[in-house]
Design a protein around this ligand. Sequence first.
Ligand SMILES: [Zn+2]
Length: 199
Amino acid sequence: MTTVLITNAKILRDGQLRSMEILIKAGRIAAIAPQVAVEASTIDQRFDVGGAFVSPGLVDVHVHLRDPGFTAKETLATGTLAAARGGFTTVGAMPNVDPVPDTPQRVAAQVARNQAEGHVHIAQYASITTDRTGDELVDFAGVKAAGAFAVSNDGSGVQTAGTMLQAMRGAAQAGLPLAAHVEDDSLTAHGVMNAGPIA
Ligand SMILES: [Zn+2]
């Protein structure tokens, strides 16, 4: 049972930043106080964080790890090390990888790699439709059972309202949150500005 003492930490309490010590026993916070009562000889590790802000781990529900398929941009290791550096202990990985996690088998393979190579917790998105840009819905119950926590076609909008309606019904039935990339290609015409005096 490891006992850790963090000293000189700033934490948010009652709406104010206060200087505190945090005592952690066996992975759980045991005490937070200006000076915690603890026998010095029982402390295994002591960290003076020099007045740094200490908070629960942050969560980012929209990240691009790009691994596999686009590892020149990011890998599971580099993306999650950057997350850890910034205080993020859980990230939601979008399915804009190749192959797209659009079947239970592909989701299971991705989740296994995430657990082996990630430096923080990775919650994995499956796509809403096959290959992330197709019109055929994924097997929502199957991808959930394989470890997906939500579905999204990140980077591409589902292009027909009828498909999106079925997707929302199917995702709801499976208990999967659906994160929509709301872009209708019939309106955007590959542009990035509205027609008008500013453009
Ligand atoms: Zn994105």
